[in-house]
Design a protein around this ligand. Structure first.
Ligand code: MN
Length: 442
């Protein structure tokens, strides 16, 4: 689905909300959606603008919207965005256009909004950002080919990639109930794991805690059970994007995964950034899907679409930062330990949607996909600590003098994403951040 660039993308457009102008994450060209609560009020939908949250319920009640944008704003009054997501792409784009006009400098609509500013805007620092949707299902893909290869090498698999990898967008059904927004600590899980060189398992806290640098994809309009979503229609079903940390207990995973794949090693917690960045906001950062390595098979027909190949990938810089207890004590800022890019994904989002549904599986508004860990080709691009520390055999040096081979209790893991392209305003996703904390005694 090609999204046309319009006045909402114009980098000259400025907002009367002054903190938005030049904002590293939320200039007026972004306008991501979230569910927020302020002063313990009922949660509702909002839009990020600079350091403020624009209250969609207040704006809707003030009758600032018309047509399809009004339908969207009405749906966003609820305590989750599921109803808004169910409306699909048209109302979302209409809402973006009208919110942009209301928040822009010098438009006909902006005077009315500016007069109501004290009702419509809340300081983001005063707002709690909640899960944007009730998540019915969470599917985690494996579309980062370098990560997949590095995992195979660690396991000593020859060749490191299974033969199916270049044909099938591999995924597993993960756990929806433990997906949490930024800021909520994640407890270290207990489980069966192989400690040290043990050949048999013991029960206790995970000894090899890892993060995974992933891109999250929110589903909008669903499909009927039994009916596939063809690849050329996939874009109509994608509602937005976030960053996603698929916390992974590698020692538990190593022991439990044969033959059905990860289970408890992945189901104890997943952290997402709470802002839903829309396909419209990301339109300037669309690029062609990079060519497959020589010798790789052409995807089967149901995964192949010329438009998708031409513009179905995204050029977003994504990064991982760590902030340890020691760094906080010394007053040091978070330290970047990896930088990668969403263009390193082997499969496009449309291919993931087409594959997920090709057998008739229904997707529902508020379902979420993880892309898989997005490691780039070189070690500074690796998206998990297992790769960065070469399976716990190499030290990662931190500015505090500490070293890391795995994630320790007290470590904040922060994921960020930014789109930057000459001629367009840069936008960001906001942080995906959570602290790993000690779990219950085994
Ligand atoms: Mn994962």
């Amino acid at each position: 689905m090609t999204i046309k660039l319009d006045e909402t993308h114009d980098m000259q457009r400025r907002s009367w909300v002054s903190s938005a102008n030049g904002h590293a994450e939320f200039p007026i060209q972004n306008l991501p959606l979230a569910i927020f609560s302020v002063n313990g009020d009922k949660p509702r939908g909002g839009v990020a603008i600079g350091d403020e949250v624009f209250d969609l319920k207040a704006a809707c009640d003030a009758k600032l919207f018309s047509g399809r944008a009004n339908s969207a704003a009405r749906a966003a009054k609820k305590s989750t965005l599921n109803a808004l997501m169910a409306l699909g792409a048209g109302p979302r784009a209409a809402l973006r256009q009208q919110v942009s006009a209301l928040l822009a400098e010098g438009t006909a609509e902006s005077a009315q909004a500016q007069a109501l500013a004290n009702k419509l805007l809340h300081k983001a620092a005063d707002c709690a950002l909640l899960l944007p949707a009730k998540i019915g299902a969470f599917t985690d893909f494996f579309a980062g080919i370098t990560h997949a290869e590095n995992g195979g090498k660690r396991r000593g698999t020859v060749p490191p990639l299974n033969e199916n990898y270049r044909y099938v967008p591999v995924a597993y059904h993960s756990r929806a109930s433990t997906v949490r927004p930024t800021g909520e600590p994640v407890r270290r899980p207990n489980g069966q794991r192989l400690a040290g060189s043990d050949k048999l398992p013991t029960f206790g806290p995970c000894l090899k805690m890892d993060f995974e640098l992933e891109f999250g994809i929110w589903m909008g309009k669903g499909n009927a059970w039994g009916e596939a979503i063809p690849i050329n229609k996939a874009g109509q079903h994608v509602y937005g994007y976030c960053m996603l940390n698929d916390w992974s207990a590698r020692d538990i995973q190593r022991w439990e995964s044969a033959p059905l794949g990860p289970f408890l090693s992945k189901n104890f917690g997943t952290t997402i950034s709470p802002w839903v960045v829309t396909p419209e906001a990301l339109a300037p950062f669309r690029i062609a899907q990079p060519a497959r390595p020589a010798g790789d098979p052409k995807p089967l027909d149901y995964l192949w679409n010329k438009t998708d190949q031409r513009e179905g990938a995204l050029d977003l810089e994504i990064e991982v930062l760590i902030h340890t207890e020691g760094m906080r004590t010394q007053g040091l800022p978070p330290q970047r330990i990896s930088v990668s890019n969403t263009k390193h994904l082997y499969w496009t989002v449309a291919q993931m949607v087409a594959h997920h549904t090709c057998g008739g599986c229904s997707l529902e508004p508020g379902d979420i996909f993880g892309s898989g860990t997005i490691s780039g080709p070189t070690p500074e691009n690796y998206g998990s600590i297992a790769e960065l520390s070469f399976d716990g055999t190499c030290d990662i040096q931190l500015a505090s003098g500490e070293i890391r081979r795995w994630v320790e209790d007290g470590d904040d893991i922060i994921l960020r994403a930014h789109g930057r392209r000459a001629g367009y305003a840069s936008i960001g996703f906001g942080e995906c951040c959570a602290r790993m904390v000690a779990g219950a005694a085994a």
